[in-house]
Design a protein around this ligand. Structure first.
Ligand code: PGA
Length: 252
């Protein structure tokens, strides 16, 4: 059984005040929620205060990126997995489309970041997904395979993915209000599992694959009802207490 996971990616949003209100609201709205794992990924500056606010709560804390180096040193602007660990982050997003497309992070760098997260005992949430033009020219599966291959070709690639969560996020659906239909998303999720099964059946069946891209309180239940969708990575709607709580409840 794959336990559903709903993760809020807050991106570069929030103030000291709004973050406290958001966490209070989510804690109060969710209560005890054993059927679904809930994760929030605030901007790094807020991680410490959110960690304090989450003490004793079931809600998990994550970061939005991690350095590819496990050793401390000259990596201006980066955070290591051991730093994230020290500040109670058990997950970290890697390879988000904004990192890939605004900051030019390559498949190779993303695979290295993922490996560093696993080495530091922080679970990576690896984002993969196709651009609109890729979907339109019918090469979505090749694009997804290429993003997975970057990790699979590492020496211990299968083991690294076994310790990861995947998030399928079609780039054309992120922040656009255009969600993939449950059938469109399911098709790609099933492809990802079939592709991984060529390497390792247990990995293919066990790895959690989240859907992300304009998930909201209205469309979440239909998406989460698909057999290969194990929850969601939520951007905009994770900043609104009622929407995020409703999405979490739709998964459990
Ligand atoms: P969105 O973002 O829900 O605002 O589309 C999803 C994401 O970028 O993870």
């Amino acid at each position: 059984m794959r336990r559903p996971l709903v993760a809020g990616n807050w991106k570069m949003n929030g103030t000291r005040k709004s973050v406290v209100e958001l966490i209070d609201g989510i804690k109060g709205g969710l209560g005890h929620h054993p059927a679904v794992e809930v994760l929030v990924c605030p901007p790094a500056l807020f991680i410490d205060s959110v960690a304090s606010q989450l003490k004793g709560s079931e809600i998990r804390l994550g970061a939005q990126n991690v350095c590819q180096s496990t050793a401390p040193g000259a990596f201006t602007g980066e955070l290591s997995a051991s730093m994230l660990q020290e500040f109670d982050c058990c997950y970290v997003i890697v390879g988000h489309s904004e990192r890939r497309h605004i900051y030019g992070e390559s498949d190779k760098l993303i695979a290295e970041r993922l490996a560093a997260a696993v080495a530091g005992e922080v679970t990576p949430v690896l984002c993969i997904g196709e651009l609109l033009e890729t979907r339109e020219n019918g090469t979505t599966e090749q694009a997804i395979a290429q993003q997975l291959d970057a990790v699979l070709k590492l020496e211990n690639g299968v083991e690294l993915l076994r310790q990861s969560v995947l998030a399928y996020e079609p780039v054309w659906a992120i922040g656009t209000g255009k969600t993939a239909s449950p059938e469109q998303a399911q098709e790609v999720h099933a492809f990802i599992r079939a592709y991984l099964a060529k390497y390792d059946e247990t990995l293919a069946n066990g790895v959690r694959i989240l859907y992300g891209g304009s998930v909201n309180a209205t469309n979440a239940a239909d998406l989460f009802s698909m057999p290969d969708i194990d929850g969601g990575l939520i951007g905009g709607a994770s900043l609104k207490v009622n929407d995020f709580v409703a999405i979490c409840k739709a998964a459990g």
